[in-house]
Design a protein around this ligand. Sequence first.
Ligand code: AMP
Length: 500
Amino acid sequence: MADTTAAATSSVAKAVAEAQPQETKRSWGDEAGAEPDHAALTSDDKSVSALNLESLAIDETKKKANNFLDDPDDSNIKSVTVGDTMYTSAKTFEELNLSPDLLKGLYVEMKFERPSKIQAHSLPMILTPPYKHLIAQAQNGSGKTTCFILGMLSRVDPKLGAPQALCICPTRELAIQNMEVLKKMGKYTGITSECAIPMDSTNYIPVSQRAPVSAQVVIGTPGTINKWVTAKKLSMSYLKILVFDEADHMLAESGFKDDSLRIMKAINRSNPDCQVLLFSATFDDAVRAFVSKIVRDLFRGDYNQMFVNKEELSLESVKQYKVRCPDELAKIMVIKDRILELANKVGQTIIFVRTRNSASMLHKALTEYGYEVTTIQGALKQEDRDKIVKEFKDGLTQVLVSTDLLARGFDQSLVNLVVNFDLPVKHDLPSEPDCEVYLHRVGRAGRFGRKGAVFNLLCRDRDDMIMAKIEKHFNMEVTQVLSWTSDEDFVAALKKAGLL
Ligand code: AMP
Protein backbone atom coordinates (compact mmCIF):
# COMPACT_ATOMS: atom_id res chain seq x y z
CA MET A 1 0.00 0.00 0.00
CA ALA A 2 1.17 3.54 -0.75
CA ASP A 3 3.26 5.47 1.78
CA THR A 4 0.70 8.23 1.86
CA THR A 5 -1.78 5.76 3.21
CA ALA A 6 0.56 4.64 5.92
CA ALA A 7 1.11 8.26 6.93
CA ALA A 8 -2.59 8.90 6.90
CA THR A 9 -3.15 5.78 8.92
CA SER A 10 -0.76 6.85 11.62
CA SER A 11 -2.17 10.36 11.76
CA VAL A 12 -5.63 8.90 12.07
CA ALA A 13 -4.45 6.51 14.74
CA LYS A 14 -3.11 9.53 16.60
CA ALA A 15 -6.38 11.35 16.15
CA VAL A 16 -8.28 8.35 17.44
CA ALA A 17 -5.96 7.98 20.37
CA GLU A 18 -6.40 11.66 21.15
CA ALA A 19 -10.15 11.47 20.98
CA GLN A 20 -11.17 11.47 24.62
CA PRO A 21 -13.70 8.83 25.57
CA GLN A 22 -16.88 10.81 26.07
CA GLU A 23 -19.95 10.31 28.09
CA THR A 24 -22.46 8.12 26.28
CA LYS A 25 -25.22 10.19 24.80
CA ARG A 26 -28.06 9.30 22.52
CA SER A 27 -26.87 10.15 19.09
CA TRP A 28 -27.55 8.20 15.96
CA GLY A 29 -24.78 6.49 14.16
CA ASP A 30 -22.01 7.08 16.57
CA GLU A 31 -22.49 6.26 20.20
CA ALA A 32 -20.29 7.63 22.98
CA GLY A 33 -19.99 11.15 21.73
CA ALA A 34 -21.82 13.84 19.96
CA GLU A 35 -22.81 13.86 16.32
CA PRO A 36 -20.96 16.77 14.81
CA ASP A 37 -24.04 18.76 14.14
CA HIS A 38 -25.25 18.70 17.70
CA ALA A 39 -21.89 20.09 18.63
CA ALA A 40 -22.10 22.53 15.77
CA LEU A 41 -25.18 24.14 17.24
CA THR A 42 -23.10 25.55 20.03
CA SER A 43 -19.69 25.81 18.44
CA ASP A 44 -18.58 28.62 16.18
CA ASP A 45 -19.43 28.33 12.56
CA LYS A 46 -16.78 27.65 9.97
CA SER A 47 -16.60 28.65 6.34
CA VAL A 48 -18.15 26.30 3.84
CA SER A 49 -15.77 27.51 1.20
CA ALA A 50 -13.00 25.49 2.79
CA LEU A 51 -14.60 22.24 1.74
CA ASN A 52 -12.95 20.86 -1.32
CA LEU A 53 -15.91 19.12 -2.91
CA GLU A 54 -14.03 18.55 -6.14
CA SER A 55 -11.58 16.39 -4.28
CA LEU A 56 -14.42 14.06 -3.39
CA ALA A 57 -15.50 13.59 -7.00
CA ILE A 58 -16.93 10.26 -8.08
CA ASP A 59 -14.36 8.04 -9.69
CA GLU A 60 -15.90 6.93 -12.97
CA THR A 61 -13.72 3.88 -13.28
CA LYS A 62 -15.26 2.45 -10.15
CA LYS A 63 -18.90 2.92 -11.11
CA LYS A 64 -20.82 -0.06 -12.30
CA ALA A 65 -22.83 -0.19 -15.45
CA ASN A 66 -26.54 0.53 -15.22
CA ASN A 67 -27.65 -3.03 -15.27
CA PHE A 68 -26.21 -3.63 -11.80
CA LEU A 69 -28.68 -1.28 -10.19
CA ASP A 70 -30.43 -3.09 -7.37
CA ASP A 71 -33.93 -2.72 -8.66
CA PRO A 72 -36.87 -4.05 -6.74
CA ASP A 73 -39.55 -5.73 -8.77
CA ASP A 74 -42.34 -3.40 -9.89
CA SER A 75 -44.95 -5.45 -8.11
CA ASN A 76 -43.28 -4.80 -4.77
CA ILE A 77 -43.62 -1.06 -5.05
CA LYS A 78 -46.79 0.34 -3.61
CA SER A 79 -47.86 3.90 -4.36
CA VAL A 80 -50.66 5.59 -2.46
CA THR A 81 -51.75 8.72 -4.28
CA VAL A 82 -54.32 11.34 -3.34
CA GLY A 83 -56.44 13.67 -5.43
CA ASP A 84 -57.26 13.56 -9.13
CA THR A 85 -53.79 13.69 -10.62
CA MET A 86 -53.05 10.58 -12.66
CA TYR A 87 -49.46 9.42 -12.58
CA THR A 88 -48.00 7.09 -15.19
CA SER A 89 -44.83 5.25 -14.36
CA ALA A 90 -41.98 6.65 -16.51
CA LYS A 91 -40.19 4.11 -18.67
CA THR A 92 -37.78 6.71 -20.03
CA PHE A 93 -36.33 9.97 -18.73
CA GLU A 94 -37.83 11.75 -21.76
CA GLU A 95 -41.33 11.07 -20.44
CA LEU A 96 -40.57 13.26 -17.44
CA ASN A 97 -40.40 16.55 -19.36
CA LEU A 98 -36.94 17.27 -18.04
CA SER A 99 -34.91 20.11 -19.55
CA PRO A 100 -32.37 19.14 -22.25
CA ASP A 101 -29.59 20.19 -19.86
CA LEU A 102 -30.81 17.79 -17.21
CA LEU A 103 -31.22 14.97 -19.72
CA LYS A 104 -27.66 15.57 -20.85
CA GLY A 105 -26.49 15.38 -17.23
CA LEU A 106 -28.31 12.06 -16.78
CA TYR A 107 -27.00 10.47 -19.95
CA VAL A 108 -23.55 11.99 -20.37
CA GLU A 109 -22.41 12.58 -16.79
CA MET A 110 -24.34 9.98 -14.81
CA LYS A 111 -24.36 7.48 -17.69
CA PHE A 112 -27.89 6.37 -16.80
CA GLU A 113 -29.95 4.81 -19.57
CA ARG A 114 -33.39 4.69 -18.06
CA PRO A 115 -35.09 5.31 -14.72
CA SER A 116 -34.80 2.61 -12.06
CA LYS A 117 -38.08 1.14 -10.82
CA ILE A 118 -38.40 3.46 -7.88
CA GLN A 119 -37.47 6.42 -10.08
CA ALA A 120 -40.09 5.38 -12.64
CA HIS A 121 -42.71 5.37 -9.87
CA SER A 122 -41.68 8.34 -7.79
CA LEU A 123 -40.45 10.88 -10.36
CA PRO A 124 -43.86 11.47 -11.97
CA MET A 125 -45.27 12.06 -8.47
CA ILE A 126 -42.48 14.50 -7.66
CA LEU A 127 -42.40 16.36 -10.96
CA THR A 128 -46.07 16.70 -11.87
CA PRO A 129 -47.88 19.89 -10.81
CA PRO A 130 -49.37 20.64 -8.31
CA TYR A 131 -46.19 19.15 -6.82
CA LYS A 132 -47.62 17.13 -3.96
CA HIS A 133 -45.51 16.08 -1.02
CA LEU A 134 -44.06 12.58 -1.11
CA ILE A 135 -43.20 10.16 1.65
CA ALA A 136 -41.07 7.51 0.01
CA GLN A 137 -39.43 4.41 1.28
CA ALA A 138 -36.83 3.00 -1.04
CA GLN A 139 -34.05 0.54 -0.51
CA ASN A 140 -30.39 1.38 -0.53
CA GLY A 141 -28.88 1.13 -3.96
CA SER A 142 -32.18 1.46 -5.81
CA GLY A 143 -31.53 5.01 -6.95
CA LYS A 144 -33.35 7.12 -4.38
CA THR A 145 -30.76 9.90 -4.45
CA THR A 146 -31.55 10.53 -8.11
CA CYS A 147 -35.25 10.87 -7.28
CA PHE A 148 -34.76 13.81 -4.97
CA ILE A 149 -31.77 15.38 -6.75
CA LEU A 150 -33.71 15.40 -10.02
CA GLY A 151 -36.70 16.71 -8.10
CA MET A 152 -34.64 19.62 -6.79
CA LEU A 153 -32.84 20.40 -10.06
CA SER A 154 -36.01 20.40 -12.08
CA ARG A 155 -37.87 22.74 -9.74
CA VAL A 156 -35.19 25.45 -9.66
CA ASP A 157 -35.67 28.60 -11.75
CA PRO A 158 -32.12 29.21 -13.05
CA LYS A 159 -32.81 32.93 -13.41
CA LEU A 160 -33.58 33.42 -9.72
CA GLY A 161 -30.43 33.76 -7.63
CA ALA A 162 -31.88 32.58 -4.34
CA PRO A 163 -32.20 29.29 -2.45
CA GLN A 164 -35.07 27.35 -4.00
CA ALA A 165 -34.28 23.78 -2.99
CA LEU A 166 -33.05 22.54 0.37
CA CYS A 167 -31.91 19.02 1.21
CA ILE A 168 -31.24 18.00 4.80
CA CYS A 169 -29.11 14.98 5.62
CA PRO A 170 -28.11 13.38 8.93
CA THR A 171 -24.33 13.42 8.39
CA ARG A 172 -21.89 15.69 6.61
CA GLU A 173 -20.64 12.66 4.66
CA LEU A 174 -24.10 12.10 3.19
CA ALA A 175 -24.50 15.80 2.49
CA ILE A 176 -21.19 15.83 0.60
CA GLN A 177 -22.10 12.69 -1.30
CA ASN A 178 -25.47 14.12 -2.31
CA MET A 179 -23.80 17.38 -3.35
CA GLU A 180 -21.41 15.41 -5.53
CA VAL A 181 -24.36 13.79 -7.32
CA LEU A 182 -26.12 17.14 -7.68
CA LYS A 183 -23.07 18.78 -9.24
CA LYS A 184 -22.65 15.94 -11.70
CA MET A 185 -26.28 15.57 -12.66
CA GLY A 186 -26.78 19.32 -12.86
CA LYS A 187 -23.49 20.03 -14.64
CA TYR A 188 -25.11 21.53 -17.77
CA THR A 189 -27.89 23.42 -16.00
CA GLY A 190 -25.77 26.22 -14.52
CA ILE A 191 -27.69 25.78 -11.27
CA THR A 192 -25.65 26.94 -8.28
CA SER A 193 -25.30 25.02 -5.04
CA GLU A 194 -23.75 25.24 -1.61
CA CYS A 195 -23.05 22.73 1.15
CA ALA A 196 -24.24 23.74 4.64
CA ILE A 197 -22.16 21.55 6.91
CA PRO A 198 -19.89 22.07 9.92
CA MET A 199 -16.52 22.98 8.52
CA ASP A 200 -12.94 22.24 9.25
CA SER A 201 -10.77 24.82 10.94
CA THR A 202 -9.26 26.46 7.82
CA ASN A 203 -10.85 29.63 6.40
CA TYR A 204 -13.04 30.07 9.44
CA ILE A 205 -15.67 32.81 9.15
CA PRO A 206 -18.23 33.41 11.90
CA VAL A 207 -21.74 32.96 10.56
CA SER A 208 -22.54 36.62 11.23
CA GLN A 209 -19.82 37.68 8.77
CA ARG A 210 -20.67 35.37 5.90
CA ALA A 211 -22.63 36.59 2.91
CA PRO A 212 -26.28 35.58 2.64
CA VAL A 213 -26.68 32.36 0.70
CA SER A 214 -27.55 32.99 -2.92
CA ALA A 215 -26.96 29.42 -4.16
CA GLN A 216 -30.09 27.91 -5.69
CA VAL A 217 -29.71 24.50 -4.05
CA VAL A 218 -28.48 24.01 -0.51
CA ILE A 219 -27.60 20.59 0.87
CA GLY A 220 -26.55 20.27 4.47
CA THR A 221 -26.89 19.00 7.98
CA PRO A 222 -29.60 20.22 10.35
CA GLY A 223 -27.42 22.04 12.90
CA THR A 224 -25.66 24.22 10.35
CA ILE A 225 -28.83 24.87 8.38
CA ASN A 226 -30.59 25.97 11.55
CA LYS A 227 -27.71 28.22 12.43
CA TRP A 228 -27.78 29.89 9.02
CA VAL A 229 -31.54 30.29 9.18
CA THR A 230 -31.39 31.77 12.69
CA ALA A 231 -28.65 34.19 11.59
CA LYS A 232 -30.91 35.22 8.66
CA LYS A 233 -28.29 34.11 6.20
CA LEU A 234 -30.40 31.41 4.59
CA SER A 235 -33.64 32.75 3.18
CA MET A 236 -36.65 30.48 3.02
CA SER A 237 -38.72 32.96 1.03
CA TYR A 238 -38.19 31.38 -2.39
CA LEU A 239 -38.01 27.77 -1.31
CA LYS A 240 -39.98 25.45 -3.58
CA ILE A 241 -38.82 22.04 -2.46
CA LEU A 242 -37.55 20.62 0.82
CA VAL A 243 -35.96 17.17 0.93
CA PHE A 244 -35.18 15.02 3.94
CA ASP A 245 -32.73 12.24 3.17
CA GLU A 246 -32.85 9.41 5.72
CA ALA A 247 -36.05 11.03 6.86
CA ASP A 248 -36.95 8.44 9.46
CA HIS A 249 -33.90 9.33 11.40
CA MET A 250 -34.18 13.03 10.75
CA LEU A 251 -37.61 13.03 12.33
CA ALA A 252 -37.17 10.39 15.02
CA GLU A 253 -37.06 11.26 18.69
CA SER A 254 -33.55 9.83 19.06
CA GLY A 255 -32.36 11.61 15.93
CA PHE A 256 -32.67 15.17 14.73
CA LYS A 257 -36.36 15.66 15.39
CA ASP A 258 -36.02 19.02 17.13
CA ASP A 259 -33.68 20.49 14.53
CA SER A 260 -35.80 19.20 11.68
CA LEU A 261 -39.00 20.56 13.17
CA ARG A 262 -37.38 23.94 13.69
CA ILE A 263 -36.37 24.07 10.03
CA MET A 264 -39.80 22.94 8.87
CA LYS A 265 -41.46 25.58 11.01
CA ALA A 266 -39.16 28.28 9.63
CA ILE A 267 -40.06 27.23 6.10
CA ASN A 268 -43.70 27.00 6.92
CA ARG A 269 -43.74 30.59 8.24
CA SER A 270 -42.56 32.04 4.93
CA ASN A 271 -43.60 29.33 2.52
CA PRO A 272 -46.37 26.87 3.46
CA ASP A 273 -46.69 25.77 -0.19
CA CYS A 274 -43.19 24.35 -0.29
CA GLN A 275 -43.15 20.77 -1.57
CA VAL A 276 -41.74 18.28 0.96
CA LEU A 277 -40.05 15.03 -0.03
CA LEU A 278 -39.17 12.51 2.67
CA PHE A 279 -36.91 9.67 1.58
CA SER A 280 -35.63 6.79 3.60
CA ALA A 281 -34.69 3.14 3.25
CA THR A 282 -36.53 2.37 6.46
CA PHE A 283 -39.68 3.80 8.04
CA ASP A 284 -41.13 2.00 11.01
CA ASP A 285 -44.84 2.41 11.66
CA ALA A 286 -44.44 4.96 14.46
CA VAL A 287 -42.14 7.17 12.37
CA ARG A 288 -44.41 6.79 9.37
CA ALA A 289 -47.40 7.99 11.38
CA PHE A 290 -45.44 10.88 12.86
CA VAL A 291 -44.03 11.94 9.50
CA SER A 292 -47.49 11.90 7.92
CA LYS A 293 -48.78 14.03 10.76
CA ILE A 294 -46.14 16.72 10.51
CA VAL A 295 -46.43 16.94 6.76
CA ARG A 296 -50.17 17.31 7.16
CA ASP A 297 -50.00 19.78 10.06
CA LEU A 298 -47.18 21.98 8.86
CA PHE A 299 -47.61 22.17 5.14
CA ARG A 300 -50.51 22.82 2.86
CA GLY A 301 -51.60 20.22 0.37
CA ASP A 302 -51.84 16.46 0.11
CA TYR A 303 -49.07 13.94 0.18
CA ASN A 304 -48.47 10.83 -1.89
CA GLN A 305 -46.67 7.80 -0.60
CA MET A 306 -44.46 5.14 -2.09
CA PHE A 307 -43.35 2.04 -0.24
CA VAL A 308 -41.29 -0.96 -1.17
CA ASN A 309 -42.46 -4.12 0.61
CA LYS A 310 -40.46 -4.77 3.75
CA GLU A 311 -39.18 -8.15 2.67
CA GLU A 312 -37.91 -6.51 -0.50
CA LEU A 313 -35.64 -4.19 1.45
CA SER A 314 -33.15 -6.58 0.21
CA LEU A 315 -30.68 -8.62 2.12
CA GLU A 316 -30.64 -10.96 -0.84
CA SER A 317 -27.54 -10.32 -2.89
CA VAL A 318 -25.44 -10.25 0.26
CA LYS A 319 -24.65 -13.55 1.98
CA GLN A 320 -24.76 -13.25 5.75
CA TYR A 321 -22.73 -15.32 8.21
CA LYS A 322 -22.36 -15.58 11.95
CA VAL A 323 -19.11 -16.57 13.58
CA ARG A 324 -19.06 -17.71 17.20
CA CYS A 325 -15.87 -16.63 18.92
CA PRO A 326 -14.86 -17.63 22.46
CA ASP A 327 -13.91 -14.11 23.53
CA GLU A 328 -13.19 -10.56 22.34
CA LEU A 329 -9.60 -11.33 21.40
CA ALA A 330 -10.81 -14.14 19.17
CA LYS A 331 -12.99 -11.62 17.32
CA ILE A 332 -9.91 -9.56 16.55
CA MET A 333 -8.02 -12.70 15.49
CA VAL A 334 -10.83 -13.66 13.12
CA ILE A 335 -10.67 -10.25 11.50
CA LYS A 336 -6.90 -10.28 11.29
CA ASP A 337 -6.12 -13.88 10.35
CA ARG A 338 -9.17 -14.88 8.33
CA ILE A 339 -11.20 -11.98 7.04
CA LEU A 340 -8.52 -9.42 6.20
CA GLU A 341 -6.26 -12.05 4.69
CA LEU A 342 -9.04 -12.96 2.27
CA ALA A 343 -10.49 -9.47 1.95
CA ASN A 344 -7.49 -8.34 -0.06
CA LYS A 345 -8.54 -10.67 -2.85
CA VAL A 346 -12.13 -9.54 -2.73
CA GLY A 347 -12.54 -5.78 -2.54
CA GLN A 348 -13.03 -3.27 0.22
CA THR A 349 -14.18 -4.00 3.75
CA ILE A 350 -16.07 -1.97 6.33
CA ILE A 351 -15.92 -3.14 9.94
CA PHE A 352 -18.77 -1.74 11.99
CA VAL A 353 -18.39 -1.17 15.71
CA ARG A 354 -20.92 0.18 18.16
CA THR A 355 -18.98 2.83 20.03
CA ARG A 356 -16.13 5.22 19.47
CA ASN A 357 -14.16 3.41 22.17
CA SER A 358 -14.63 0.13 20.34
CA ALA A 359 -13.44 1.85 17.15
CA SER A 360 -10.26 3.15 18.81
CA MET A 361 -9.57 -0.18 20.45
CA LEU A 362 -9.98 -2.17 17.23
CA HIS A 363 -7.99 0.34 15.22
CA LYS A 364 -5.11 0.17 17.69
CA ALA A 365 -5.16 -3.62 17.82
CA LEU A 366 -5.18 -4.05 14.04
CA THR A 367 -2.48 -1.43 13.38
CA GLU A 368 -0.31 -2.99 16.08
CA TYR A 369 -0.61 -6.28 14.24
CA GLY A 370 0.65 -4.45 11.16
CA TYR A 371 -2.62 -4.02 9.26
CA GLU A 372 -3.40 -0.89 7.27
CA VAL A 373 -6.78 0.26 8.43
CA THR A 374 -8.38 3.65 8.74
CA THR A 375 -11.08 4.52 11.20
CA ILE A 376 -13.94 6.96 11.04
CA GLN A 377 -16.04 8.09 13.95
CA GLY A 378 -17.67 11.30 15.08
CA ALA A 379 -14.93 12.39 17.51
CA LEU A 380 -12.50 12.91 14.64
CA LYS A 381 -11.90 16.36 13.22
CA GLN A 382 -13.93 17.16 10.12
CA GLU A 383 -10.88 17.31 7.88
CA ASP A 384 -9.76 13.87 9.06
CA ARG A 385 -13.23 12.49 8.37
CA ASP A 386 -13.21 13.94 4.84
CA LYS A 387 -9.73 12.63 4.20
CA ILE A 388 -10.55 9.13 5.41
CA VAL A 389 -13.71 8.97 3.29
CA LYS A 390 -11.86 10.26 0.25
CA GLU A 391 -9.02 7.77 0.64
CA PHE A 392 -11.50 4.96 0.97
CA LYS A 393 -13.60 6.13 -1.99
CA ASP A 394 -10.45 6.48 -4.08
CA GLY A 395 -9.47 2.93 -3.17
CA LEU A 396 -6.28 4.05 -1.42
CA THR A 397 -7.41 2.27 1.71
CA GLN A 398 -9.04 -1.13 1.71
CA VAL A 399 -10.29 -1.55 5.25
CA LEU A 400 -12.36 1.00 7.12
CA VAL A 401 -13.42 0.68 10.74
CA SER A 402 -16.56 2.73 11.30
CA THR A 403 -19.19 3.47 13.86
CA ASP A 404 -22.71 3.69 12.48
CA LEU A 405 -21.77 7.09 11.15
CA LEU A 406 -21.41 5.43 7.75
CA ALA A 407 -24.11 2.80 8.21
CA ARG A 408 -26.61 4.66 6.09
CA GLY A 409 -26.39 5.77 2.54
CA PHE A 410 -22.62 5.56 2.12
CA ASP A 411 -22.27 4.68 -1.56
CA GLN A 412 -19.05 2.93 -2.45
CA SER A 413 -19.40 0.25 -5.07
CA LEU A 414 -16.21 -1.62 -4.21
CA VAL A 415 -17.28 -2.56 -0.69
CA ASN A 416 -18.27 -6.18 -0.71
CA LEU A 417 -17.37 -7.26 2.79
CA VAL A 418 -19.02 -5.95 5.93
CA VAL A 419 -18.00 -7.16 9.36
CA ASN A 420 -20.19 -6.53 12.35
CA PHE A 421 -17.59 -6.51 15.10
CA ASP A 422 -20.43 -5.46 17.39
CA LEU A 423 -24.02 -6.22 16.48
CA PRO A 424 -26.20 -3.14 16.23
CA VAL A 425 -28.42 -2.69 19.28
CA LYS A 426 -30.94 -0.08 20.29
CA HIS A 427 -29.41 2.87 22.13
CA ASP A 428 -31.87 2.79 24.96
CA LEU A 429 -32.37 -0.98 25.06
CA PRO A 430 -29.07 -2.78 24.46
CA SER A 431 -30.67 -6.21 24.73
CA GLU A 432 -32.67 -5.48 21.59
CA PRO A 433 -31.19 -5.46 18.09
CA ASP A 434 -31.50 -2.39 15.94
CA CYS A 435 -32.76 -4.20 12.87
CA GLU A 436 -32.90 -1.07 10.76
CA VAL A 437 -29.27 -0.28 11.39
CA TYR A 438 -28.48 -3.94 10.63
CA LEU A 439 -30.20 -3.56 7.27
CA HIS A 440 -28.37 -0.33 6.56
CA ARG A 441 -25.01 -1.87 7.47
CA VAL A 442 -25.63 -4.89 5.23
CA GLY A 443 -26.57 -2.42 2.51
CA ARG A 444 -23.00 -1.07 2.47
CA ALA A 445 -21.88 -4.34 0.87
CA GLY A 446 -23.16 -5.47 -2.48
CA ARG A 447 -24.14 -2.04 -3.76
CA PHE A 448 -26.20 -2.04 -6.98
CA GLY A 449 -26.97 -5.72 -6.62
CA ARG A 450 -23.32 -6.76 -6.64
CA LYS A 451 -22.30 -9.73 -4.57
CA GLY A 452 -21.26 -9.24 -0.99
CA ALA A 453 -20.81 -10.96 2.37
CA VAL A 454 -21.41 -9.97 5.96
CA PHE A 455 -19.71 -11.59 8.94
CA ASN A 456 -21.39 -11.12 12.31
CA LEU A 457 -18.96 -11.80 15.13
CA LEU A 458 -20.59 -13.17 18.30
CA CYS A 459 -18.92 -13.93 21.59
CA ARG A 460 -21.52 -13.61 24.32
CA ASP A 461 -24.84 -15.30 25.02
CA ARG A 462 -26.37 -11.90 24.52
CA ASP A 463 -24.88 -11.70 21.01
CA ASP A 464 -26.48 -15.06 20.17
CA MET A 465 -29.79 -13.80 21.44
CA ILE A 466 -29.55 -10.57 19.46
CA MET A 467 -28.54 -12.42 16.31
CA ALA A 468 -31.50 -14.76 16.76
CA LYS A 469 -33.82 -11.76 17.05
CA ILE A 470 -32.39 -10.25 13.85
CA GLU A 471 -32.93 -13.56 12.05
CA LYS A 472 -36.48 -13.72 13.33
CA HIS A 473 -37.20 -10.12 12.36
CA PHE A 474 -36.09 -10.65 8.78
CA ASN A 475 -37.44 -14.17 8.70
CA MET A 476 -34.15 -15.62 7.51
CA GLU A 477 -31.45 -17.91 8.73
CA VAL A 478 -27.91 -16.60 8.93
CA THR A 479 -25.42 -19.34 8.09
CA GLN A 480 -22.89 -20.20 10.74
CA VAL A 481 -19.20 -20.39 9.90
CA LEU A 482 -18.45 -23.58 11.79
CA SER A 483 -15.03 -22.82 13.16
CA TRP A 484 -13.58 -19.40 13.84
CA THR A 485 -10.09 -20.87 13.43
CA SER A 486 -10.63 -22.58 10.09
CA ASP A 487 -9.29 -20.86 6.98
CA GLU A 488 -11.18 -23.35 4.84
CA ASP A 489 -14.50 -22.42 6.42
CA PHE A 490 -13.97 -18.74 5.61
CA VAL A 491 -12.81 -19.48 2.07
CA ALA A 492 -15.91 -21.63 1.59
CA ALA A 493 -18.12 -18.85 2.96
CA LEU A 494 -16.71 -16.31 0.53
CA LYS A 495 -16.99 -18.77 -2.35
CA LYS A 496 -20.61 -19.35 -1.48
CA ALA A 497 -21.15 -15.60 -1.50
CA GLY A 498 -19.71 -15.56 -5.02
CA LEU A 499 -16.72 -13.48 -4.00
CA LEU A 500 -13.90 -15.99 -4.59
P1 AMP B 1 -28.79 5.34 -4.47
O1 AMP B 1 -29.79 4.30 -4.10
O2 AMP B 1 -29.39 6.62 -4.78
O3 AMP B 1 -27.67 5.40 -3.46
O4 AMP B 1 -28.12 4.88 -5.87
C1 AMP B 1 -27.32 3.75 -5.95
C2 AMP B 1 -26.45 3.78 -7.16
O5 AMP B 1 -27.25 3.54 -8.34
C3 AMP B 1 -25.73 5.09 -7.40
O6 AMP B 1 -24.35 4.85 -7.55
C4 AMP B 1 -26.32 5.65 -8.66
O7 AMP B 1 -25.34 6.28 -9.45
C5 AMP B 1 -26.88 4.43 -9.37
N1 AMP B 1 -28.09 4.77 -10.13
C6 AMP B 1 -29.13 5.53 -9.69
N2 AMP B 1 -30.08 5.64 -10.64
C7 AMP B 1 -29.65 4.94 -11.71
C8 AMP B 1 -30.20 4.66 -13.01
N3 AMP B 1 -31.37 5.14 -13.40
N4 AMP B 1 -29.47 3.89 -13.83
C9 AMP B 1 -28.27 3.41 -13.43
N5 AMP B 1 -27.69 3.61 -12.24
C10 AMP B 1 -28.37 4.37 -11.37
